[in-house]
Ligand binder design. Structure first.
Ligand SMILES: Nc1ncnc2c1ncn2[C@@H]1O[C@H](COP(=O)(O)OP(=O)(O)OP(=O)(O)O)[C@@H](O)[C@H]1O
Ligand SMILES: [Mg+2]
Length: 234
């Protein structure tokens, strides 16, 4: 579904990504794991056309999307849920969801019904100002808003950021439910254990490079991953 081939990204003189290759098949859940500054967000931004790629190719559903504008990439079916559960904080839950469906207003009612099935709490809070939602609810709204555009692949950057362990569990359960409904998911996570318990496959990033990849179950029992990312928590 998505293929990233040998891409390079720089911030001025700083090389942020070097020779990155990843792929995501339809129906899969795939994680990028790695410490602070490894390049996870940069890679997701490069895929979405937010960050310029200096070499290499990105192919989505058989078509090249390298350095194509973000709006065009979104219209082809890629949806990014950015780091830090961003919502339009002075608008209501409903207005946030309306903004999410700007490219597809005719399907608004159908999409809304399906989003409320996955997020009943947002239905209850439909007229609440988004900035007054809890952190977990804001993360749900951020995911729900991206679903309003009916993406084929959802890209979630650090879904656990700033949330309590119980709420992180709820968010991962929701993502699992979305995957069962047919959504393909690519996520970036610093919380490697949580991510590896959730996904089918993962790529491990270190300072702008992929250093390991494989099925999540293999990575969980790999001593290198264990020592570097899972610590005593396994
Ligand atoms: N706009 C920018 N200008 C210059 N350097 C940047 C910029 N954005 C990111 N970087 C650098 O690129 C590297 C990768 O950053 P990135 O945000 O992709 O990491 P990350 O893996 O998402 O980290 P985190 O887990 O903390 O979110 C870091 O060294 C960072 O300082
Ligand atoms: Mg990041």
């Amino acid at each position: 579904m998505l293929r990233v081939e040998d891409i390079f990204v720089s911030y001025g003189p700083i090389k942020a990504l070097e020779n990155i290759n990843i792929n995501v098949n339809a129906g899969e859940t795939v994680a990028l794991i790695g410490a602070n500054g490894a390049g996870k967000t940069t890679l997701l931004k490069a895929i979405m056309g937010i960050q310029k790629v200096s070499a290499g190719k990105i192919i989505f559903l058989g078509e090249e999307i390298t350095n194509v504008g973000t709006d065009k990439i979104a219209n082809r079916g890629l949806g990014l849920i950015p780091e830090g559960h961003l919502v339009f904080s002075t608008m209501t839950v409903l207005e946030n969801l309306q903004l999410g469906s700007y490219n597809n207003p005719n399907c608004f009612n159908d999409n809304l019904e399906s989003v409320f099935e996955s997020f009943p709490i947002l239905h209850k809070r439909i007229n609440q100002i988004a900035g007054t939602l809890s952190g977990g609810e804001q993360q749900m709204l951020s995911i729900a808003r991206s679903l309003m555009a009916k993406p084929k692949l959802i890209i979630v950057d650090e879904p656990s950021l700033g949330l309590a362990p119980k709420v992180i569990g709820e968010i991962f359960n929701i993502l699992r439910g979305l995957n069962k409904k047919g959504y393909t998911i690519l996520l970036a996570e610093q919380k490697a254990k949580k991510a590896l318990e959730f996904v089918d496959r993962a790529y491990v990033m270190e300072i702008g490079k992929i250093v390991l990849h494989g099925p999540a179950q293999e990575l969980i029992s790999n001593p290198k991953v264990h020592n570097a990312y899972l610590g005593s928590k396994i």
